[in-house]
Ligand binder design. Structure first.
Ligand code: ACO
Length: 191
């Protein structure tokens, strides 16, 4: 996704980690001009994600990021748009307190890291960007995919998890979250 400004100037790294502060490296601290451009990149990618998932409204925006304790990993392609770079997609995660059912149907209370939104622009899907972003997040958060929960995953995302992380055996829940077999290892009732 291209913008009428230099993406490489706003996001120096290939993958940028953003949180509530909406600061990308030292450069954007105290620079409202850079922060408003950063916000428009997040907003446009957030809109595209909601459209791709047929959601009634975006669940990712700069404003929402500023008011929640979420992490957003944004990936760019630095070479496109005549060297100005383009936004490729993002992955948003956050901790959530969940009431889950284990394989025997027993109630478990947990606060796992959850994937809340994940989007790669249409023309660049199936090029490995999603995997690069997801692996980066796993390293940064020091977590394994089986220990995470997934909020209403789409068919493409379920296929992605099966292909790259062999996550296929989900444990039925009564909420919108999907968790896999390995999630309940070493977890006891009420934990
Ligand atoms: N149809 C089916 N599976 C797909 C598709 C597709 N169009 N695109 C990606 N995948 C899955 C497949 O398993 C694919 O492997 P394959 O090509 O061998 O079948 C694998 O992902 C490819 O891996 P990457 O290239 O690393 O994935 P990609 O960069 O495409 O990112 C993502 C995956 C984020 C799911 C992307 O396809 C996307 O943005 N889809 C639209 C939005 C969406 O559904 N997001 C998830 C919402 S649910 C949530 O966020 C909790």
């Amino acid at each position: 996704m291209e913008f009428p400004f230099d993406i490489n100037n706003i996001f120096p790294e290939k993958i940028t980690i953003l949180d509530q502060t909406l600061v990308s490296g030292d450069k954007s601290t105290g620079r409202p001009d850079l922060q408003s451009k950063m916000a428009s990149v997040i907003d446009e990618l957030g809109k595209a994600s909601s459209k791709a998932q047929q959601l009634p409204a975006p669940i990712t925006s700069a404003c929402k990021l500023q008011s929640n304790r979420h992490y957003l990993y944004l990936i760019k392609d630095e070479t496109s748009n005549g060297g100005h770079g383009a936004g490729v997609g993002f992955l948003k995660v956050g901790y959530k307190k969940l009431f889950l059912l284990d394989q025997r149907g027993a109630h478990i209370e947990a606060e796992p890291l959850c994937v809340l939104d994940f989007y790669i622009t249409e023309s660049l899907q199936r090029h490995g960007y999603g995997l690069e972003l997801f692996d980066f997040m796993l390293q940064h958060k020091q977590v394994e995919p089986a220990l995470m929960a997934y909020d209403r995953p789409s068919a493409k995302f379920l296929s992605f998890l099966a292909k790259h992380y062999c996550l296929t055996q989900s444990v039925p829940q009564v909420n919108n979250f999907v968790v896999y077999d390995g999630f309940f290892l070493n977890k006891s009732v009420g934990q």
